[in-house]
Design a protein around this ligand. Structure first.
Ligand code: SF4
Ligand code: SF4
Length: 211
């Protein structure tokens, strides 16, 4: 290659990217980019600007993205078999909390940021459910061990990453009302995991019924 041609070629490429940025912006004049446009721009065939105008624009996170864990509950169902909604809060009514307070997640958690208090009967006998469950989200290192080791699929990794606050001692110690999220939510953010777990659960139930 003639001396300096490589340099010119590089500059030409950079200039074409800059111009395509303006062309792209012109096509989307006054509109925010949607998920489809982000996917196109960030693919190998993408052109123009690849930055995102956060927080107005947000990229969809992949299914295996993990941030803070949450506790899974199965919603109570109405007479049509649909999740019951609490009219006061607009949230699904808790049917079954999956957590049995076995404590495995707290044991395997590397920075030890999970605290569980087991529920008891009025006579003081332990019940297989938590009375209290806390996670210090500033200590959590998002490793996902708790979700991996839980034998009851009761704790899963959330996608919510916008957790900044002005203090940490109250709002960053997540309690049960904050941690509990429904299976509907879990299925929405982890569709493939949900499908596999449901298939495994149904197969187990069928095998049990056969015996
Ligand atoms: S491992 Fe699962 S069932 Fe056991 S305490 Fe943790 S979340 Fe609950
Ligand atoms: S994600 Fe890791 S650090 Fe966070 S609570 Fe679970 S085990 Fe602990």
């Amino acid at each position: 290659m003639a001396f300096g041609l490589g340099l010119l070629n590089g500059l030409r490429y950079t200039l074409s990217r800059v111009l395509k940025t303006y062309a792209g912006d012109f096509r989307h004049l006054g509109r925010r980019y949607d998920a489809k446009e982000f996917a196109r721009r960030q693919s190998v065939r993408g052109d123009g600007i690849i930055t995102v105008q956060y927080p107005e624009e947000k990229l969809a996170v992949p299914e295996n993205f993990r941030y803070i864990p949450f506790l899974v509950y199965e919603p109570a169902l109405d007479e049509n078999g649909k999740p019951k909604i609490d009219p006061a809060t607009g949230k699904q009514v808790i049917g079954i909390e999956r957590c049995t307070a076995c404590g495995i997640c707290a044991k395997v958690c590397p920075p030890q940021c999970i605290w569980i208090v087991r529920a008891t009967t009025p006579e003081g006998k332990p019940k297989p459910k938590p009375a209290e469950f806390y996670i210090d989200i500033d200590v959590c290192m998002n490793c996902g061990y708790c979700a991996e080791f839980c034998p009851f699929d009761a704790i899963k990794m959330d996608h919510d990453y916008e957790l900044a606050n002005y203090e940490r001692h109250v709002s960053h110690i997540y309690d049960m009302p904050t941690l509990l999220k429904s299976t509907t939510y879990y299925a929405k953010i982890h569709p493939l995991d949900w499908e596999q777990e449901e298939a495994a659960r149904k197969a187990k139930e069928a095998a049990k019924a056969k015996k």
